[in-house]
Design a protein around this ligand. Sequence first.
Ligand code: FE
Ligand code: CA
Length: 522
Amino acid sequence: MGGGLAAAGLIAAPAIIGRACAQSVNWNRDPFALGVASGAPTPSGFVLWTRLAPDPLSPDPATPGGLSAEFYPVAFEIAADAQMRDIVRSGMTMARRELGYSVHAGVAGLEPNRPYWYRFMIGDALSPVGRTRTVPSFGTGLERLRFGFVSCAHYEVGYFSAYRHLAEENPDVVLFLGDYIYEYAYPPETEGLVRTHSDGVEATDLRTYRNRYAQYRMDPDLQRLHAATPSLVTWDDHELENDYANFHSQSHDNEERFRARRIAAYRAFYEHMPLSALSWPNGSLLHLYQRYSFGDLAEISLIDGRQYRSPAPCYAAPDWGRGRLQTNSECPERLESERTMLGRRQEAWLYDGIKSSNARWNILGENVMMVQLLQRTESGAAAYWTDNWNGYPANRGRVLQTIEQSGLSNPVLLAGDIHSFWTNDIKLDFDDPNSPTIASEFVGSSITSNRPPYDVFLSVLPDNPHVKYFDSRMCGYATVDLTKEQMTTRFRAISERTDPNATVSTLKTFAVENGRPGAVEI
Ligand code: FE
Ligand code: CA
């Protein structure tokens, strides 16, 4: 037989796989303890995720998840049915040490707009079965879309019942709008904690961020949600550090040290999210903003309001590295036209999308709320919170001008961050009550995180007539049903975050009619 070199090559590959498998045929601990997930849906495929971690909270940075080999080959199967009988695709992917033995299997070539089921295998270990789906081909007709949006899941202060109930609603897709983890840990004696963060410390390096994600991913309710539906993700601040902006730490940390921390946090984020190769961590950069099309019905853009933003206004002031209420007289810098929340490149990408979209509904998933919120200092002066879009009014103005001038069809904003339910009219000029409403905005409370005092925000509503609804008394999430004629948003409240068996109920339901910006309670 000819072709000796090629033949040797063919023999060598199975031999390597055989050896790696031989190390791991019998797992005495489940390597799939972190479950499975999927994301980045396209008309022909998606990304399938898992991470091998038989010892998920391994304290040794050299053995993430309790493993030490250079790599492990992991097999996956995709089926057309939930029983995994009709296998339509199978493949092999690598779990590498450099990415904490996470797996991101990009799949293409499947049929549009239908569900698929999948699982992973290594040695004698079999992962749970996950359900995912492809989206319709670009521009084709789609009658309905159901999705959920969630944010702010502090593990220590509550159970993830909200995730469980959302999974049971069977959404086509779920949007994670930030604060998926919290980097800090409450002191263990803190009143009201139902469980504590592993390591007991604030995450600052690769090991502690990895273990934080691993601990969250061991939660059965979160696992269930990820296994039930594909995820679209953006982040807010707590995936790295409270209120950080770009390379600026809230605590004015040394820039070199904060850069190293950001590299670790971004890498751990990629390792644990079902992201496409576009989001491959590139040192201190991670491309996260992305647009997803759902036929002619909806376009969902997720934006990244953290990585590229200008520092907090008047950042150099000793205690001004974090969000605070600021008046125009103490810090006119807040109003400067060059300030940006998104960074110039992301702004350009967003405006291109706004100008070119043909979708009926145009959803913007944002980590922080866009509505102008006038609050007052103790002396009664008008002041604005600097960590959300109120710290970046020039950039907000550019977004709203672009929406208005493009005639974008049915723009809707969805946000996290503020741990409370909100329904807002987005005005072209918030200071003019006669200014047209050009979009609606919804915020779906927190999964568990501590909520702001109800009375404090109630008292500012008279200054902000564009806020239609506010409630901070419950944790929860939101579910959206989209048809060509109506968007129906249900605020879903959890009975009690400290109860692992908490029930869910609908707090309020709002409708936005096609062609008529502004939400109406139904
Ligand atoms: Fe939060
Ligand atoms: Ca936040």
